[in-house]
Design a protein. Sequence first.
Length: 86
Amino acid sequence: MAGGSQNAGLPVNWVIYFVYTLLTNAREFPIPLPPLAEQHRIVAKVDELMALCDQLETQLADTAVDSRRLLEAVLQQALLPAEQAA
């Protein structure tokens, strides 16, 4: 195998050259960024949405626990002999 080991069918030397060229050329093209105030608003909104996701995740976990407990209670009542249920 010329060029060393293969990575996804491409010679390692070619991959290194490609990444180097990509990074070198990327420096030539400015990436527009929103004004700093807008960046702060974006970060605040993302933080707000992440907090909401955390709350929803907690609610889902609590609901799963409650559902499991309810199912266990219903099954226990359904499987008890009639005289024990009374």
